[in-house]
Design a binder for this molecule. Structure first.
Ligand code: ADP
Ligand code: ASP
Ligand code: MG
Length: 442
């Protein structure tokens, strides 16, 4: 058994949290490949080291004095080093970083140092070998990960060095320069590492006991989800559940590696298990027909009506081509006989709405075009939804009873999700009502 374990910034913010990590590693010898983020917030109002590094880069770029910010960053690592009794020569590391700081230094290089330094400290603390991600995680010229080469590189390192700590968030371009993922990208590094060595498990340790049925900032103490499939997770994270970077799933799913979300502050809590599918015994334990609920605000619904539209072959296609030519990506297309709607993010149309409407008028000559703004989309996700006749009725009834107007409804073709549109003002209330509905057992 070999596990890849990733610790997020919230689990690595101080010497005290490093000690929790060591306890978790010591408790299970199969936790051999450790991926770390940069130190996160120690308390609310604190700054993440990655944010400080972005700020440092901005100061350098605009010729502003940056010593204070650099000192703040140094202090974070010095605290961890002293608290854990480490010998790492941080002065040397800081000097190397400082000597490379000038207006030409890339943002990616500067911000990557957050995970680099943390991985150095964690490697010493655990007695594992430090392996720089620039030496194995490689990108193609087009900026996409070169999976084949990265897998090969890490697999051959691990063959000789089975216990390693690697920094998350970055890798190297073909010319050796550093490239980072988007924010929160250490989750992806962990997934790539797990796929590279065909790990038996990828554990992602964070500050909550798993993925919650709904956003904990909207619902008080939501229930953690025990088991969720990769397909369900994809729907939930696309629609706003922010626990994992949305690109995390692909490498582990492809290799059928189970993924666990665990809590560093409560190591014995079960957490959430994510797999392709679950066996019957596990499924029978799952008594809820809704797995999770997530949502996002600020969408627009453009409704296009034309009498006898169904007689005109290619009508919707011609309309969609107008959106395509304008570079507007479409979220949903609910339709009826004489009308259909196109749901898009408001930000995608607010600056070119007039051009869009005149292009639509020209291309398809509709009877009317109506636009509704300030719409929230909410995804109700559950692999048991398809088998549950009447669930849509229950959703309508409970929203109606709470005076929430449903502006749109759509069911995904694979029947694991129902998407509803409500007014932005009803967003939180709708999530709470749906959460209460999800608490009801089958
Ligand atoms: P890390 O520093 O470990 O990468 P993140 O801050 O990226 O952690 O992700 C964990 C956070 O995600 C939680 O603290 C929580 O506030 C937030 N979150 C948003 N939606 C959910 C959800 N549905 N379930 C659990 N956590 C959620
Ligand atoms: N430290 C980086 C960030 O804050 C990457 C990560 O934490 O996953 O975005
Ligand atoms: Mg994260």
């Amino acid at each position: 058994m070999i596990k890849v374990v990733k610790f997020g910034g919230s689990s690595l913010a101080s010497g005290e949290s490093f000690a929790k990590v060591k306890k978790i590693i010591d408790a299970d010898p199969s936790r051999a490949i450790v991926v770390v983020s940069a130190p996160g917030k120690r308390f609310s109002g604190d700054m993440k080291v990655t944010d400080l590094l972005y700020l440092l880069q901005a100061h350098i770029k605009f010729n502003a004095p940056f010593d204070d910010i650099f000192d703040k960053i140094k202090e974070r690592y010095i605290e961890i080093k002293n608290s854990c009794g480490l010998k790492q020569d941080l002065d040397y590391e800081f000097d190397v970083i400082a000597s490379g700081l000038n207006k030409k230094t890339s943002v990616d290089h500067i911000v990557s140092r957050g995970e680099y330094l943390n991985a150095r400290l964690m490697a010493e603390y655990l007695g594992y070998t430090f392996v720089d991600s620039a030496s194995w995680l490689v990108f193609n010229y087009n900026g996409k990960v070169n999976f084949e080469k990265s897998y090969e590189n890490l697999a051959s390192i691990v063959e000789h060095t089975p216990h390693i700590v690697i920094p998350g968030f970055y890798g190297a371009m073909p010319d050796g320069s550093i490239k980072t993922f988007s924010r929160g990208g250490s989750d992806i590094t962990g997934a790539i590492a797990a796929a590279a060595i065909n790990a038996d498990m990828y554990e992602n340790w964070t500050d909550v006991s798993g993925i919650m049925t709904a956003d904990p900032r909207i619902v008080d103490n939501p229930r953690p989800i025990e088991n969720v499939t990769f397909a369900e997770l994809r729907e939930l994270s696309y629609m706003g559940a922010e626990v994992l970077h949305e690109e995390t799933v692909f490498p582990v799913r492809q290799k059928s590696i189970p993924l666990y979300i665990k809590n560093t502050n409560d190591m014995n809590a079960r957490g959430t298990l994510i797999m392709e599918k679950f066996d019957d015994e596990e499924e029978n334990k799952n008594v809820h027909f809704i797995t999770g609920i997530s949502g996002k605000k600020h969408y627009s619904i453009i409704t296009i009506a034309k009498n006898r539209m169904n007689d005109e072959v290619g009508y919707i296609r011609r309309a969609l081509e107008v959106f395509e030519r304008s570079g507007i990506s479409i979220e949903h297309i609910p339709s009826s006989i004489d009308s259909f709607s196109v749901v898009v993010a408001t930000s995608a149309i607010e600056n070119n709405l007039h051009e869009l409407i005149s292009a639509l008028n020209e291309a398809i000559a509709p009877d009317s075009i109506k636009i509704a703004n300030d719409i929230s989309l909410i995804a109700i996700v559950g692999r048991k939804l398809a088998a549950n006749i009447g669930i849509a009725g229950k959703i309508f009834t409970s929203l109606g009873e709470n005076n929430i107007n449903i502006r749109m409804i759509e069911q995904g073709a694979d029947e694991i999700n129902i998407i509803i549109g409500v007014d932005d003002k009803d967003f939180k209330k709708a999530i709470r009502v749906l959460y209460n509905l999800s608490e009801v057992e089958e």
